[in-house]
Structures are given as C-alpha cells and as structure tokens.
Design a protein. Structure first.
Length: 374
C-alpha cells in the first residue's frame, strides 16, 4: 500500500523543491491550486484559493485526493519541461522520477488503495502523467492501469510517440502487452526500482501486432487512424431530433470522431464514447476504443473517455448526465452491454444513448463481411 509519509529530512532537498513546485502549498501546509487572481489550471478544483476536499462526494471513496499535480496538469508542454530541467539541473530521467510521488496522489483506487503513478516523456518533448483508476462494486478487469492512462493521455494530446516513462512500481504483464501495440514499442524505455529497461527486456518473445496483422503497414497505436464510418440512417434521425447546438448533439459528434480515430485493427469494430457532465455547465469528454493483439488488455471506449474527464479535473462520476456510444452496427464486438453495467454502478443517474454506424461504401476492411455478424 502506498501512503503519504512524513518527511525525514531535516531540511528540504532537491526532490522536495521540485514536488513543491508541482503541488503548491498554502501557509498552513495544505495543498492548493491557483486562485482567480493567478490562474486556475486544468485538472484542478479550487474554492477561494484553498484546496477543496472532495473525498466525501467521490464514489471511489478515497480518503483524500490532492487536486494539484505538475502545476495542476496531467501534461506539461515541451517548453515547461525544458524550463524545469534547466532551472533544477536535472536530467530527463531524474525529472520523471522526481514527479512520480506527486502524480501517484491523483490515483483513484477504491478497491486496492494502492496508488500507482507513471510520468512519461513524449516524442514531442511534452510530459504526460498516468494514474490507476479502479471502479468500486465492479470486477477488477474494468480497472485502468497507470501506464495505460499515460498512453491515453498522450493520445488525447495528439502525441505521436513515447520516449520513456518512470513508474512507481514494476509494470505488470498486462501493461507490457498493452505497450506492444505502440508504434514506438521497440524504443520506449521503462524506469522503475532504480533500473531502466526496454520492452524487449521486460517481455521477451512477446505476442506482437505483426502476429495477427497481415499488412505490415497497418498503423499502430499513436499512429494516425482513419476508420471511415458514418452514422446509420436511423442514428441520423435520432440526432436530428436533438435540440440544435445541445451538449448531447456535440457528444454525438465527438463520439463519432473518436470512433473514426479508434484503434481496432483486429476486430475492425471501431467505437467511441462521449461523456456529458453538468457540474460547471455542460462539458463533453470523449475517448476511443483501443485494442490489443492479446485481446484482454484492450481498453473499452468508456474508460478512455473517463480518462479524458479525469485529466480535466472531473472530481466524481455523479456529475455525468449523459453518455453517447457510437459503435459498428452488427459488429462482432459490442460495447453497449458492458457500458451499461459500468454506468449502473459508477453513474446510475447517467442516460446512455447508443448510435450505430456503418462503413462508408467500399471502405469495409477486406475479409470482414462489412463489419457485421454473419
């Protein structure tokens, strides 16, 4: 179990200073985020400049959730990363490792109470944070691992590759297999427990995308995806009935776009989800389906959409009002049943709308029967 412990150093060291920058404190030692007089940062919640403890309202039943990390963000720009490296005379590996503690505090593990943080450096030079998410009253396989969160975070920011990442605990076999889908799988490096390893060292003789994909030019995870699907006529009629410029109409558009960008090279069943929250006015968050050659490590679109919402600071799932799922009509992989089950536990107030899509004429992948069940 990872818990917060008292500092044993008589005076602040370099690690303390870095973490202090990542998570500012008020005069009484409580973590806080910027006030309106300074800047309210993405991924933070504040009231009168003081940290608001949202633990009582959060369904994941965490005792305390620090709300500011890495300047209140789950992502730092390349310019900010370079600034931190120069100001504190750090190497990239040192910076990633120093920020793990601050990152892991944002994990939401109501079942295990085991906080995991991952901090990675993208090919662009931007820095990304990943944390583990668990969902109370649901099977463990619905959980999101910190390493997976980091990849989805990078994907949502348009990142094209991951150079390296530092992790608070050794990556499990599930995550090692998940990272095999990356276009940069052969070069990404993992740092934990004082060592640095390639994926080949962590998972030798692994099952790879090439073992299932007949076309070696198939775009892999973090490569650009282009699933040419459109709403079915029935789905179009449903959308036309929605109020113009409503958040639900925006969510339908966002879910379709995520489905088009989703990574489904094995089932050819692209899918996307958009979440609508109402806590501070309507907001739309979205995510796409991500497959694994090993099947089980695949990530459903609901989880990737939840990651998008958590990145932006969604404090609890009770603020979700609507969820829109777009998936292939008659496809061999369907997300509606499991999405409904998960929402019943974490957001029973949310309404689920399922919109079906078809491949554009002539765009169905070869050998898929148009993506429908025979």
């Amino acid at each position: 179990m990872v818990t917060n412990s008292r500092r044993v150093h008589a005076r602040p060291n370099r690690m303390d200073r870095i973490l202090a920058e990542a998570t500012p404190t008020s005069s009484n030692g409580e973590e806080r985020v910027g006030t309106k007089r300074t800047k309210v940062l993405r991924g933070a919640r504040q009231k009168n400049g003081i940290l608001v403890d949202l633990s009582r309202t959060q369904p994941y039943e965490a005792a305390t959730i620090p709300l500011g990390v890495l300047d209140g963000r789950f992502c730092l720009s390349p310019e900010r990363v370079q600034q931190l490296l120069q100001e504190h005379a750090l190497t990239e590996d040192q910076l990633l490792t120093l920020l793990i503690t601050s990152a892991s505090k944002l994990a939401r593990p109501p079942i295990s109470s085991f906080h995991v943080g991952a901090v990675g450096l993208g090919a662009s030079g931007a820095l990304y944070v990943g944390v583990n998410l668990e969902f109370a009253r649901l099977p463990l396989y619905n959980s999101v691992h910190a390493e997976q969160f980091l990849v989805v975070n990078a994907l949502h920011h348009g990142e094209k590759g991951i150079q390296k990442l530092a992790i608070s605990a050794a990556p499990c076999g599930h995550c090692r297999q998940f990272y095999s889908e990356l276009a940069c799988a052969e070069t990404v490096k993992f740092s934990f427990q004082g060592g640095t390893y390639t994926l080949g060292q962590l998972l030798p003789l692994r099952f790879k995308p090439a073992d299932l994909l007949p076309d070696p030019s198939t775009p892999l995870l973090l490569d650009q995806q282009n699933n040419r699907i459109v709403f079915t006529p029935e789905a179009q009629e449903i959308i036309k009935s929605l109020p113009t410029n409503s958040s639900l109409a925006d969510a339908a558009d966002a879910a379709l776009e995520e489905a088009r960008r989703s990574y489904a090279p094995y089932s050819h069943c692209p899918a996307g989800i958009a979440i609508v929250t109402q806590e501070e006015g309507p907001r739309v968050y979205s995510g796409g389906y991500i497959e694994s050659a090993a099947y089980n490590p695949s990530m459903p679109p609901l989880q990737t959409a939840i990651i998008d919402a958590v990145i932006d600071g969604m404090p609890c799932y009770t603020g979700i009002s609507d969820v829109v799922l777009v998936e292939l009509r008659g496809g061999p992989v369907q997300h509606a049943p499991t999405t409904k089950v998960i929402l019943e536990q974490i957001a029973p107030q949310a309404r689920l709308m399922v919109l079906q899509a078809d491949w554009e004429e002539g765009e169905a992948p070869d050998g898929t029967n148009g993506g429908t069940l025979s």
